[in-house]
Each structure stands twice: as C-alpha cells, then as structure tokens.
Design a binder for this molecule. Sequence first.
Ligand code: 9UX
Length: 66
Amino acid sequence: MQNITLKVAGMTCSHCAQSVEGAVKQVGASAKVDLHRNSVSVAFDESKLSLETIKEAIEDQGYDVK
Ligand code: 9UX
C-alpha cells in the first residue's frame, strides 16, 4: 500500500473536496482532502493502480495536481 499526499490547486469549497475525493475513489484509491492545506492524501495498492491514474482522475475534475 502506498500512502501519498498530493498538492492540489483550485479546491476552494467542500464541493470541490467532494469532487476530488469522489474521483480518486472512482479509480480505486482511498482519499482524504485537506482543504486548508490544499492537499489530498491518497492510499492505494501500487500493484493495481498507478499514481499517474490518480493524478489524471483529479485533473479530469478540473484541478491542478502539483
Ligand atoms: Mo463551488 Mo468548489 O463552485 O469549485 S464547487 S468553489
């Protein structure tokens, strides 16, 4: 299991947080957004899922991943 915290730009409200968490969960990782830190911590099985897939899922929602 990998546990990584990503910086995400553009999340300003709790709906944004929901979109990002939902998108990450959709691809099979768990997600917890910290709005105040502009970050999302993700946990995933690296044998099943790549970090790139998670980043793309977030970016597809319209947020920039650092
Ligand atoms: Mo409300 Mo969060 O438009 O983008 S969902 S600020």
